[in-house]
Design a protein around this ligand. Structure first.
Ligand code: HEM
Length: 508
């Protein structure tokens, strides 16, 4: 009792002291921030605000308010040039749109992914999500070990074998579209292609049949919640300290747990099948199982590590392709001449047949151009970043080490100095005889950390688009916006609403 009353009498003094300590710590932090920022002040970029932490004001506002961050980067790249400084707390980001520096940095394994963003993607609000999987691993050795094991599941030989699944799942979409055409119901194309790409990745990667165009599942909603949570966690670092956000944070954690427990269940089922001597596909799941140390008994960390990659494929292998398809449909709807040309090519190459072969894909040259142009204007995974520890000279500007180099594929795809008339959708930029863009078009990133699923995604996208063009005439529902939603990945805000009609072959 005596101790308690002594504490009570001391409490006001202790609190004052604590408060004083906090103020000192904050001021020390401000001085540290100022010191860092001053080292980079010679680099062109938006002005810092005059408040203690000296951030780039528009940047922090736009991050919080959920605008298209990449549009802002583009404005700044146009105003300040190929090297543009952006201040954010004690970090200095340097947005790079210089082809030579892009080549040097991204093609090398020397520069690791930046700690700030990728650590925050690895764990959402304290709940492990992507962990140390392929996208978020920062240590080169740890990443390389996984990539070497998973690579065979993306060899061209293996991908050829996936044509059956691509065809089969795209056919299910065509059945659904036929129903919508018959009932004259508007189609939300983004939602529909999302179902297909999620169906494809779960079937191809994990041998699981979801059939989302017919069945319901909590997984799409959980992925959506995780994606939203990822953006919030990376872009608003004070979010988790606001008690008002508790219930949302719990929802995000719950969604992460659902993805991981579902993944754990699939891993368990596959292990049992292997133990029973059943024949199992040599799919991505089989390769993921190999990333754990097979010689010794599996530790909890090995299990978690496998789950990291499983969830990584769930997230990386689906939404980006769906968004590309939706943007592509949107642009074709806006450009009837391009749509007609693409349809003609599809008619010539595949005619009326339903089973598209791997060789057919190679002949759909114009459709490839259309898909490439879609990713120039709408790079659905819009950027990457690297931590640069050493001093560097970019475009004649000396940049002291310790900064984050930011590469926005949106910016490079829309700069007039790289692409003439950049806001015009023109697939002929990617004509086989046209000059190749020099380190300014790389929607799948570049170098060792470039997208593992690039060929997979483009094969899948071509099969879906070819079937759509073969079977349907579509028009965009008037009045919808063509704006982009920056949700970490880029999406068409409207969902791309279309009315569909069966193609009339008899009168052609
Ligand atoms: C249009 C579709 C896609 C686009 C635009 C895209 C884009 C990208 C980009 C830009 C990166 C680098 C990310 C970073 O630096 O942080 C990446 C990495 C990755 N992507 Fe994709 N991706 C697509 C589809 C896919 C698909 C379908 C899969 C799997 C089936 C996939 C699997 C991966 C993996 C595993 C990585 C990490 C690679 C590594 O670091 O080793 N992606 N993707």
């Amino acid at each position: 009792m005596a101790v308690f009353s002594t504490l009570l009498t001391l409490a006001p003094q202790a609190l004052t002291f604590l408060f004083f300590l906090l103020i000192v710590a904050f001021l020390a932090y401000c001085l540290y921030v100022k010191h860092i920022h001053m080292k980079y002040d010679h680099i062109p970029g938006p002005p810092r605000d005059s408040f203690l932490l000296g951030q780039s004001p528009t940047f922090s506002r736009i991050l919080k308010n959920g605008g298209n961050v990449h549009e802002k980067f583009l404005e700044w790249a146009e105003e300040y040039g190929p090297v543009c400084r952006i201040n954010a707390l004690h970090y200095v980001l340097v947005s790079v749109s210089c082809p030579e520096a892009t080549k040097v940095i991204l093609m090398s394994s020397k520069y690791s992914k930046d700690t700030f963003s990728y650590k925050r993607l690895a764990n959402l609000f304290g709940q492990r999500l992507l962990g140390n999987g392929l996208v978020t691993a920062r240590d080169h050795e740890q990443w390389y070990k996984q990539r070497r094991i998973i690579d065979p599941a993306f060899s061209s030989l293996y991908l050829r074998g996936l044509m059956g699944t691509f065809n089969e799942r795209a056919e299910k979409l065509m059945d659904k579209l036929a129903e919508l055409a018959d009932s004259k119901t508007e189609a939300n194309m983004l939602h529909l292609v999302n179902c297909v790409t999620l169906d494809v990745i779960t079937k191809v990667a994990f041998g699981v049949d979801l059939d989302l165009l017919r069945n319901t599942s909590p997984l799409p909603k959980a992925i959506e919640t995780c994606l939203k949570g990822m953006v919030t966690h990376v872009r608003d670092i004070f979010f988790e300290f606001n008690p008002k956000n508790r219930s949302y944070i719990n929802e995000v954690r719950e969604a992460c747990r659902l993805l991981r427990t579902t993944g754990a269940q699939w891993i368990h089922e596959r292990k049992i099948a292997i133990e029973n001597g059943d024949e199992v596909p040599r799919d991505i799941l089989t390769q993921i199982l190999k990333t754990a140390n097979q010689e010794k008994s599996m530790t909890e960390e090995d299990e978690q590590f496998m789950l990291d990659n499983l969830v990584t494929f769930f997230i990386a292998g689906q939404e980006t392709t769906a968004n590309q398809l939706a943007f592509c449909i949107m642009e074709l709807g806006r450009h009837p001449d391009i749509l007609e040309k693409a349809k003609k090519e599809v008619d010539n190459v595949i005619g009326m047949k339903h089973e598209i072969s791997y060789d057919d894909l190679g002949k759909l040259v114009y459709l490839s151009q259309v898909l490439k142009e879609t990713l120039r204007m709408y790079p659905t995974a819009p950027g990457t970043s690297r931590h640069i520890a050493e001093d560097m000279v970019i475009d004649g500007i000396h940049i002291p080490g310790g900064f984050i180099a930011l590469f926005s594929f949106y910016v490079s795809g829309r700069l007039e100095r790289f692409f003439k008339d950049p806001l015009r959708f023109d697939p002929d930029r990617f004509h086989p005889d046209a000059p190749k863009p020099y380190y300014c078009y790389y929607p799948f990133s570049l170098g060792p950390r470039s997208c593992l699923g690039k060929n997979f995604a483009q094969m899948e996208a071509k099969v879906v688009m070819a079937k759509l063009l073969q079977r349907f005439d579509f028009t965009l529902v008037p009045g919808q916006t063509f704006d982009i939603l920056d949700a970490g990945t880029l999406r068409p805000k409207s969902g791309v609403l279309c009315t569909l009609n069966h193609r009339d072959y008899k009168n052609k």
